[in-house]
Design a binder for this molecule. Structure first.
Ligand SMILES: Nc1ncnc2c1ncn2[C@@H]1O[C@H](COP(=O)(O)OP(=O)(O)OP(=O)(O)O)[C@@H](O)[C@H]1O
Length: 626
């Protein structure tokens, strides 16, 4: 192995030279396809006019080591910078959400269905972020943080939801609730269809996207799905027999856990979607006068987000993302419900009113928050409080027949926004807030852009570091074993570089004494190495034997990518194009990439007397290994 590596450890300039030269000019010519290492082993004995590159002087090893430690230092600094930029972005986002309010309420108006008759003037109209409802000469107006008109797409809705998801990945507990009369589109918004996926499938995708772009920590997800049906908890991911009667536990710190709830690891998006679809199928639905597949329960999807920092031993902090498709609020007579369906409707209404009370108490910053009044609010206790972010999407129907229900839903939403206490804010304060939000958004965007730049630099540095390590190991296979084989030591008052020797059983320096080098032979060897370096250096000042990135960064010729780059460059004309190809493939600036350009005449031949010692040493090492 060492032989072939040494053979192909040509410097980039020599490599390009070989690739571009004609068969007459070079004995190591690679027309089109590069030879395999095994091919190289089968090559006939080296002719005298051969580029000998087996000697890597010891002082270059120090350069490698210095380069590696420089890169490691650079990487540590870059990672620190990424962390602080991330923190800056988080803070800006958090401030934005605080200004906008920790409990935000959006309204979505469902379009008319094909079976519904459209009347003018329409009962529900929208102007900016206000919804106006008209009925028999009366007109009521409701304000929201955001209103989605009938033509709004799933994408439009998701764009507004995305920042809150970011908060979940940043470590906050987040709760997204879909509220509204039955048949107004809650399930459509949360779940969607195959063609028009809703918030949950999009959020899953987004979470993996955010996790993959955060290199400062590793983020993992797990999923649970449950429904609150008639005041009971049902585990939608458990086998049917084990689904019911789960208990809610709250620890002294106020963290909520549901005893026995199935929690599945979702290492990738495909797994996440698979589990989600499985759970959704188990949900209770029934036919009502209003909706053919009316949800008869509250369906809760929980994603636990664990963030592992540098120290994997420390227990990873976990944040919860709840996405809740609430049961339909309805006036029970209208739905034509009887028997069990009537009971289901009552249970839904009771828990919705408990939810309304909790949100209103939180908005008013009351000392007592009535979480205990329903199972739904008990479950969501640690995700509705002060340090959490809540988003409620209220759904309404555009139909005149539904005006009564629409007004009920919008009043519920207004209560959650605490509008009746504060009234709408004065125009001036709204403008000031908007200005501040714009500034913070700009800060966030800048931090994000800078962070992305730093991530690119990290990637590049990581690549260079691994290349340098590979190269070091290739040329100095015993590098880790520093104590047993000192790289250099003093002998007779002079510095002597030692190349480690190896026997079949792997012991070094255990050769018979007559085979080991003497002080004199080592000095000759040393002198020969120095001579090679001197000759190479004299050909072009500053030329180094590898692709030079800024500073000491170098790239091994044995790297597959470089091989293919060189092969391409061989088909093209030469130096200029090679440089372009390298730049494109390695995605670095031209200033970072300095390819030494050497004249073709730069050949070190085996006939050089100074090289004889070195070559014989090389052959001995080859035979040691064979
Ligand atoms: N924005 C929309 N665009 C197109 N179709 C919609 C939209 N919103 C709702 N619908 C359609 O309206 C019907 C009822 O919607 P959906 O089942 O989502 O209501 P729901 O509020 O979840 O009802 P329930 O509370 O009874 O479960 C469905 O056929 C759905 O496809």
């Amino acid at each position: 192995m060492l032989i072939s590596h040494e053979l192909i450890s040509l410097s980039l300039d020599n490599a390009i030279e070989s690739l571009n030269s004609s068969p007459m000019e070079s004995s190591l010519d690679f027309p089109g396809e590069m030879p395999l290492e095994s091919d190289l082993l089968d090559l006939p004995p080296l002719p005298t006019n051969c580029t000998d590159v087996n000697v890597v002087p010891e002082h270059e090893k120090n350069n490698f080591e210095l380069s590696i430690s420089n890169l490691e230092g650079e990487l540590a600094q870059l990672r620190q910078k990424e962390k602080s930029l991330n923190k800056k972005r988080k803070e800006a986002l958090n401030k934005i959400l605080d200004i906008k309010g920790c409990i935000r309420v959006f309204c979505r108006v469902r379009p008319f269905l094909l079976t519904e008759r459209r009347r003018t003037p329409e009962a529900v109209s929208i102007r900016l972020e206000k919804v106006t409802v008209r009925s028999v000469g009366n007109k009521k107006e409701f304000g929201f943080d955001k209103v989605f008109h009938q033509a709004a797409t799933q994408e439009d809705v998701f764009v507004e939801v995305e920042p809150i998801l970011r908060s979940a990945v940043d470590g906050y507990n987040v709760c997204i609730l879909a509220y509204g009369q039955t048949g107004t589109g809650k399930t459509f918004t949360m779940d969607g269809t195959n063609d028009q996926p809703g918030i949950i499938p999009r959020a899953l995708e987004e979470l993996y996207h955010q996790a993959s772009s955060d290199s400062s920590s590793s983020i993992s997800f797990s999923m649970s799905l449950l429904e609150v049906y008639m005041g009971n908890l049902r585990d939608l991911l458990a086998p049917k027999a084990k689904r019911c009667n789960l208990n809610i536990q709250t620890d002294p710190k106020g963290l909520v856990e549901i005893e026995g709830l199935t929690e599945v690891k979702i290492p990738d998006l495909a797994k996440a979607k698979w589990w989600y679809t499985k759970g959704r199928r188990a949900r209770s639905t029934a036919w009502t006068n209003v909706n053919e597949t009316s949800s008869r329960s509250h369906c809760l999807t929980r994603i636990n987000i664990s963030r592992h920092g540098d120290k994997m031993k420390v227990k990873a902090p976990v944040s919860k993302l709840w996405m809740v498709d609430l049961g339909g609020s309805e006036r029970l007579l209208k739905t034509g419900a009887t028997g069990q369906t009537l009971d289901e409707g009552r249970a839904i209404n009771l828990s919705l009113s408990a939810l309304g009370d909790v949100i209103a108490a939180l908005r008013r910053k009351r000392g007592h928050v009535p979480y205990r009044n329903s199972k739904l609010t008990q479950i969501l206790k640690d995700s509705l409080g002060d340090s959490s972010k809540v988003l409620m999407l209220v759904h309404v129907s555009p139909r005149e027949d539904d005006v009564g229900e629409t007004i009920c839903s919008l009043s519920f939403a207004n209560r959650a926004r605490a509008i009746e206490i504060n009234g709408e804010l004065p125009e001036e304060i709204i403008k000031l807030r908007q200005k501040r939000i714009l500034e913070l958004e700009e800060d966030m965007r800048e931090a994000e852009e800078e962070c992305q730049n730093v991530r690119n630099q990290i990637q590049k540095a990581e690549f260079l570091l691994s290349e340098n390590k590979k190269l070091l190991l290739t040329n100095y296979p015993f590098t880790e074993d520093k104590e047993k084989t000192p790289v250099s030591d003093k002998e007779d008052g002079r510095t002597v570089n030692r190349t480690p020797l190896i026997t079949e059983n792997g012991n070094r320096n255990s050769l018979p004494r007559f085979m080991t080098s003497t002080v004199a032979s080592r000095q000759r060897q040393n002198a020969a190495e120095k001579e090679i370096v001197r000759k190479a250096g004299s050909l072009r000042p500053g030329t180094k034997s590898s692709v030079q990135f800024s500073g000491f960064h170098s790239l091994s010729f044995s790297d597959i990518r470089l091989k293919s780059i060189l092969r391409d460059s061989n088909r093209k004309s030469g130096y200029g194009e090679t440089k372009t190809i390298l730049k494109e493939n390695l995605k670095c600036n031209s200033s970072d990439l300095k390819i030494p350009f050497l004249p073709r005449s730069k050949m070190v031949t085996a006939s050089d007397p100074n090289l004889r010692t070195t070559l014989s040493r090389h052959r001995r090492r080859m035979s040691d290994l064979n």
